[in-house]
Design a protein around this ligand. Structure first.
Ligand SMILES: NC(=O)c1ccc[n+]([C@@H]2O[C@H](COP(=O)([O-])OP(=O)(O)OC[C@H]3O[C@@H](n4cnc5c(N)ncnc54)[C@H](O)[C@@H]3O)[C@@H](O)[C@H]2O)c1
Length: 273
């Protein structure tokens, strides 16, 4: 018998964006640890209870939450798309936030539950873009968020969507904490998923020289899914408001200049000139 805090026996887990990649890895991992898993995605998923939802559509999100019903002990908000995808602002942030709001409204995230999202190292510069991020995140709901973005189209890109998510996670450690709910995110380094493969030159080449020198490959989806499984579990019960960087050390090596060739890009991601 090991440490049961890491297990999910008797827990119901909702994975949003669990058809492929890291979301699918997280779903498999928590299922292997005993969870009853529901997967939402815009394509149907085999092997788990499957609910089809397009995060670009508020009514579909509401209907999907109704279809899920019951309570959720751990939510994994994983779906995301790259620049160039219509509705990126809704898929990467506004839709996930609306889903969380709906789950709270319906009493489906009880005391003791957890939320774990997937952000990105692309979002680490949120603090150096605080006024703009706050105006978007604090000042809007789903519909007015779409309107905000239409009025500020220069912000409708992947990096800003992930800055919004990182800020949202940090901010809500307090708001959700008062309800007994933790929220965290991972910031994966380059991870070999269908999304990264379809943007291979930009996504998977990032940090390749660093990885070659320390002798690791791009992350597997499972290497990220395992961290999500930990963050969502009882074992992580004192962690909240954190965006955990899971990149084999590239970020720290760049920031501290122990690996100087990564420094310019890492400083750029943090918004440090
Ligand atoms: N792969 C990387 O290198 C990398 C690095 C940093 C962050 N991320 C983030 O990781 C998350 C997961 O991505 P992944 O790399 O596993 O890619 P992926 O494409 O395998 O997974 C994304 C999932 O989102 C779902 N999805 C897409 N559009 C949707 C919509 N409109 N409604 C509902 N579901 C939708 C897809 O069907 C898929 O299951 C994303 O948020 C991405 O931004 C990826």
């Amino acid at each position: 018998m090991g440490n049961e805090s890491f297990r999910y026996d008797g827990k119901r887990v909702l994975v949003v964006g669990g058809a492929t990649g890291m979301g699918a890895a997280a779903a498999r991992q928590v299922a292997s640890l005993g969870a009853d898993v529901v997967v939402m995605d815009y394509v149907p998923v085999e092997g788990f209870t499957s609910i089809v939802v397009d995060l670009r559509d508020k009514d579909q999100i509401d209907a999907a939450v109704d279809q899920c019903g019951g309570t959720v002990d751990a939510l994994f908000s994983c779906a995301g798309v790259a620049d160039g995808t219509p509705g990126i602002e809704r898929i990467n942030f506004l839709g996930h936030r609306h889903m969380i709001n709906r789950l709270f409204e319906k009493g489906m995230l009880p005391k003791g539950s957890s939320i774990t999202a997937i952000s990105s190292s692309a979002g680490l510069g949120w603090y150096n873009n605080l006024d703009t991020v706050r105006s978007y995140v604090d000042g809007t709901d789903f519909d007015s968020g779409v309107a905000w973005m239409e009025a500020n189209p220069g912000n409708n890109h992947y990096m800003f969507s992930k800055q919004a998510l990182c800020y949202y996670v940090a901010f809500n450690a307090y708001e959700f904490g008062k309800r007994g709910v933790r929220i965290n995110a991972i910031c994966p380094g380059p991870t070999d998923t269908p999304l990264a493969r379809s943007n291979e030159d930009l996504w998977l080449s990032f940090g390749r020289d660093f990885r070659d020198e320390i002798g690791v490959d791009a992350s597997s989806p499972e290497e990220q899914g395992d961290v999500m499984a930990f963050l969502g579990s009882h074992a992580a019960r004192y962690i909240s408001g954190q965006t955990v960087i899971v990149d084999a050390g590239l970020d720290g090596a760049g920031l501290t200049e122990s690996y100087p060739s990564a420094t310019p890009i890492v400083k750029f991601l943090y918004g440090i000139s």
